[in-house]
Design a protein around this ligand. Structure first.
Ligand SMILES: [Mn+2]
Length: 380
């Protein structure tokens, strides 16, 4: 039997006001193509189906499109768990009814994570959960659960006790495994050390189909992140080959099937003149999602709009600041966070990045009041 492992679709995600809806529809079609070409028997989607708990109408339409095509048209069952971006209850609504249509949904952690039997394999569905949730679900062992690591041990010990001999034991889970490589768009995910688990918690499983990190990667012999089906960030992800993973449950051999994208993603840097000339770039590259880093001058509005003529899908650009010839005008939020503990500075920068403006006095007053309140609360 052939399983297709994918994760982190983040339906509804866009860049600022720009929607990735067409890109996301494109990768759904790509995945359907792989299902047909490779004669896939079931699809495992390892969480972060949506980008937010309350998905937009557009994101909901994409989800409807995907599950209808896969389950109803291609007649391939689909197993889906909630990630930290999903609203667990919403994702799992109508799940008993939808099983009959071949759509197996798991939103919240329960004492017995659901098991779906597929041919020679048993797939256990373990959605994203918090340590508080694990303590609530396992009240008898609450004292043992101090970290995410503890929680996974307790939960997976329970699953291992339910193993049926002679079956392939497969886990579908959304977790941050220590030593995994992270990329920029994972920042939106929760990559704090406290939320990490070690790979040893997954002992005994033949294959762990993970979601959460956006770069495709193996973590040891039996654990794999499929990665996102499209590039969601500049930097590391530009160099990743986005793909789905196929698992043959007879031989346990894996196959990585690359997915093509509606838009390529690239960073173009150099002097303003060379960036404008866009030499060596194909039309498809120029029309991709582009980040421009101009190294020799300040970018005013006029200079920036000339860039949009060359790169119609330019998403980000940086130039040099007026006063410091060598200093880049922008720091990433990560860099800023590393440099300052000042919440207001981080807030101003976040606002500039997302709204492209300066927060007004009223907003700053509200922010200061909120900070003062939370600091007061911490003292009390
Ligand atoms: Mn994610």
């Amino acid at each position: 039997m052939k399983l297709l492992h994918t994760s982190d679709w983040h339906l509804g995600l866009g860049f600022q006001s720009r929607s990735y809806e067409a890109d996301q529809r494109f990768f759904i079609d790509e995945i359907c193509r792989v299902i047909r070409d490779e004669q896939v028997d079931a699809v495992l989607l390892a969480g972060d189906v949506f980008d937010r708990g309350v998905p937009s109408a557009g994101a909901t339409r994409l989800y409807d499109y995907a599950v209808t095509r896969i389950c109803a048209e291609l007649h391939v069952p689909m197993l889906v768990i909630a990630g930290n971006h999903d609203n667990a209850a919403r994702l799992a609504s109508c799940r008993e009814l939808l099983k009959q249509a071949g759509l197996y949904l798991c939103g919240e952690l329960t004492t017995e994570p659901p098991r779906v039997a597929l041919d020679n394999a048993d797939v256990y569905l373990l959605p994203w959960f918090s340590t508080e949730k694990a303590r609530a679900v396992y009240p008898d062992r609450a004292a043992e659960i101090q970290s995410m690591e503890d929680a996974y041990r307790v939960v997976l010990d329970g699953v291992r006790e339910r193993f049926r001999p002679g079956r392939r034991q497969i886990l579908l889970s959304h977790a941050f495994v220590v030593d995994a490589e992270t990329s920029v768009s994972d920042r939106a995910a929760e990559v704090g050390r406290a939320a990490a688990v070690s790979r040893s918690v997954f002992e005994g499983f033949d294959y762990c189909a993970l979601g959460h990190l956006h770069g495709p990667q193996d973590i040891g012999a039996n654990i794999r992140y499929s990665g996102t089906p499209m590039k969601y960030a500049f930097g590391t992800e530009e160099r990743q080959i986005k793909s789905v993973t196929l698992l043959d449950t007879e031989t346990m051999a894996r196959q990585i099937i690359p997915l093509s994208a509606l838009h390529e993603r690239a960073t173009v840097s150099g002097s303003y003149e060379t960036v404008l000339a866009a030499e060596g770039l194909t039309p498809a590259q120029k029309e991709g999602y582009i980040r421009v880093q101009v190294t020799d001058r300040y970018l005013g509005l006029a200079a920036a709009s000339a860039l949009f003529e060359v790169y119609p899908n330019l998403l980000e650009y940086t130039g040099q600041s007026f006063d410091a010839a060598d200093g880049s005008i922008t720091l990433t939020l990560d860099e800023l966070e590393a440099q300052t503990q000042e919440p207001e500075q981080i807030f101003r920068r976040f606002y500039e990045d997302t709204v492209h403006g300066v927060p007004d006095q009223h907003l700053l007053d509200l922010f200061r009041a909120a900070v003062a309140e939370s600091e007061g609360g911490a003292d009390a």
